[in-house]
Design a protein around this ligand. Sequence first.
Ligand code: KIV
Ligand code: ZN
Length: 417
Amino acid sequence: MPLPRLFRRVQRQVKGVVKQAIINHHRKSGAVLFSDTTLRDGEQMPGATLEPEDKLRIALALEEAGVHSLDAGFAASSPSEIEAIRQMVGKVKKPVLTSLCRTVKSDVDAAYEALAGNPSHKRGVSLFVGTSPLHRQYKLQKSEAEILSIITDTIHYAAEKFDIVAFSPEDASRTELSYLTEVYREAIDAGATTIGFPDTVGILTPEKARHFIRHIQDNVPNIGKVLLAVHYHNDLGLAVANTLASIDEGANVVQCTINGIGERAGNACLEEVAMALALHQDQYGREAKIDTTKLYALSHLVSELTGIRMAPNKPIGGRTIFATEAGIHQDGLLKNIDTYLPFRPEMVGAPGVELVLGRHSGRRAVAHRLEQLNLNCTDEQVQLVLDGIKHVPKGTIIDDGLLRQLAGTNGRSSGKP
Ligand code: KIV
Ligand code: ZN
């Protein structure tokens, strides 16, 4: 054999051994790898359009939080996607950057161009094609065999250019198990390094999600060669629960978005999955290399840059999640902050607990706030304030000025520091 050909063959074999060693390492470590898709599936949410510089800011914040990979965009979809991905190349260093691709060679070429310059172990493609009967019949108008051949052809092509090749059968959760298993087996043989399980329309329950993942683990004979990624949409409000159930069944990678933004009802929310894992180590026993103290800021950054407002009670980042107006809760929190909290605000980098004074507040919280204001109030004055705030008209903002007024202190403080 001519020397250059022999050299290329040896080089390919060495690459293959290294790739497999990395996959084995991740599988053995048991770590849950977070693959963030805020910049791709998240941005698909109507109104969530991000400029390339916004995407870079979010990507850098995700890197700081410890995500393993970033679905950086869909290079073939527009020049601005390519530009956004190119801006990340060389600046976002730790996570693997991937570009979404249809099973079309020109999409792989666009991804290659967009990601050029990133080291080969830090760039990849994420290929997808519909496999469910609905997609086969109506969207693609192709037979099972035709789709299988498109999948293997494109994976072969992608594997020539990329060391990291993820493949997801779109609408997997509505694909027949036997066909799904065959698709995965062939995709792995063709060179996929990750196989994805997308619940594209967010239809599954945790029990059914668990069943799918178990079935894949038990029936795809070459599953040990790849990482298994899961991708849940939130149409039934179950994306986080389904993700956790899949982790319990051994999924290696979880695809999530910040604030759960995404197509229709959105995707599994990264910060909620990460916190569930952090708080229930005893149950999952899987390390998630996410720095939870960065989550609150990330949540606010994404909300600010996408313009998608968070519900006030949104877990982790919402305005009211560390605030309470209820007297019994306020009393408990003042005695011991853990009485009415699942975790401390600092664990997610949030500012702290807020005792809101209002109609539901109790004596203790009122006295506490008056003390903080340095007003040396008698029991009668505290009672006056409490009675006062219970009768203010709806919508009145109970600020410190109003408290002073109700206490009849006319702005005088006790003089204590
Ligand atoms: O939900 C989905 O099926 C997707 C694919 C592109 C993987 O986002
Ligand atoms: Zn999706």
